[in-house]
Design a protein around this ligand. Structure first.
Ligand SMILES: Nc1ncnc2c1ncn2[C@@H]1O[C@H](COP(=O)(O)OP(=O)(O)O)[C@@H](O)[C@H]1O
Ligand SMILES: [Mg+2]
Length: 379
């Protein structure tokens, strides 16, 4: 691979923040980067060697883009897989492999894959029409998920009892047993073409029961060693079963009995790995590049406690973004601000993230709360 000599052209499908952070690392490896995204104001627009505006879902656009690069990767799953399969046939390296993107694009196929490969997951049933909801063998409460195109909780619907059926999705979906989980946890695993596999240490999502949402992500987890080992083994097994080349983020639930259930997969860098930029020896972005270039995978060990807080557009504001409180946050030691270059804010839009590192875990949590209360994106 000629990656380190500047003549390897990497194409990234998607020009969002994940692509942007991937480019930050690709620059260190002398990689020439081309990006395709439908939004001419996408976060990657100014960071790459060539930025092409076009649809990620259109066969011709993706095919023509792919013909001009040596290696193609994604930062979003919603891309035209037919074009990727054709490119692969014609000798373009596409990592993760198109068949894996196709599988993961469809939550129904994904759950089927878990079942066929003995990967622990919540009981489920695939549904093709709302009528089938009434006859389902899964008892209330359950969660309905669109098979395709859901993200950040859009595309999931909790059905508590009969009265919620009227509001259910009508598109092809699956229903899944409601898991009264103890914690949401995640592991990122990487596999290169030679078959080398490495996992990042387990991370935990801290839930705020008052606000009823994930407050921040904390790394490394302090859950018992056996649970961390179980989670890592599951992640490795999935990477091996899929024979994926690249990163795979594995979202999991830890139930009240200490059992791990796999929720869903993402075959790319993931929000639950951003803290690795400052918190681990290699970041998820560096690891993804090493994996797709078939280089030795890096050491994933934690350097420190690291907490990641998403910086979301404040509710009630829409327009050119203003970062209120940023000076106060920057005065805090061990606080790293990442802004994604999005000019316009809107409610809950991911505008950036902040990583807080501290040798003292409680201090890190205190600082993370301070960052959350202080930094507001308004317009
Ligand atoms: N079976 C379940 N039981 C309880 N909560 C769930 C279940 N499935 C999903 N959730 C909750 O909904 C969130 C979003 O669901 P997920 O399948 O991860 O969709 P998305 O693609 O939007 O991330 C999860 O992070 C979790 O908090
Ligand atoms: Mg999810």
């Amino acid at each position: 691979m000629k990656a380190f000599y500047g003549d390897l052209k990497l194409g990234i499908l998607g020009g969002g923040q994940l692509g942007r952070m991937l480019i930050q690392q690709a620059i260190n490896y002398n990689v020439t980067v081309k990006v395709l995204d439908p939004d001419r104001e996408a976060p990657c627009r100014k960071l790459c060697d060539e930025f092409i505006v076009g649809s990620l879902g259109d066969y011709e656009t993706v095919y023509n883009f792919g013909k001009k690069v040596d290696l193609l990767t994604i930062e979003i799953e919603k891309v035209n897989v037919d074009a990727l399969e054709q490119l692969e046939k014609e000798g373009v390296m596409v990592y993760p492999q198109p068949r894996i993107i196709r599988l993961i694009q469809d939550k129904g196929l994904q759950k089927q894959f878990f079942k066929e490969n003995d990967i622990p997951t919540a009981p489920f049933q695939v549904i093709s029409s709302p009528k089938q909801l009434k006859e389902s063998h899964i008892s209330f409460p359950y969660i309905q998920k669109l098979r395709r195109d859901g993200y950040d909780g859009k595309g999931v619907y909790k059905v508590i009892d009969e009265s919620y059926l009227a509001g259910a999705f009508t598109e092809p979906s699956l229903i899944e047993k409601w898991i009264d989980f103890e914690k949401e946890i995640g592991i990122i695993v990487a596999r290169n073409e030679s078959g080398e596999i490495k996992t990042f240490p387990l991370v935990e999502m801290e839930f705020n029961p008052q606000a009823n949402l994930v407050e921040f992500l904390i790394s490394p987890s302090t859950l018992p060693f056996e649970i961390q080992q179980d989670a890592a083994q599951i992640a490795v097994k999935i990477a091996e079963d899929l024979k994926i080349v690249g990163l795979l983020a594995v979202e999991m639930f830890l139930d009240k009995h200490g059992k791990i259930l796999v929720n869903e997969l993402a075959p790319r860098p993931h929000n639950s790995g951003h803290q690795s930029i400052e918190g681990n020896v290699v970041s998820q972005f560096e690891q993804h590049l090493r994996a797709i270039f078939n280089q030795p995978l890096g050491d994933t060990a934690c350097l420190n406690n690291a907490i990641m807080v998403n910086v979301l557009g404040e509710a009630g504001y829409e327009g050119p973004a203003v970062y209120e409180g940023i000076e106060k946050v920057l005065k805090c030691p061990g606080v790293y601000v990442h802004l994604y270059g999005k000019a316009l804010t809107k409610p809950f839009r991911k505008m950036g993230h902040v990583t807080i590192v501290d040798a003292d875990r409680e201090k890190a949590i205190e600082k993370a709360r301070f960052v959350q209360e202080t930094l507001k994106v308004i317009a």
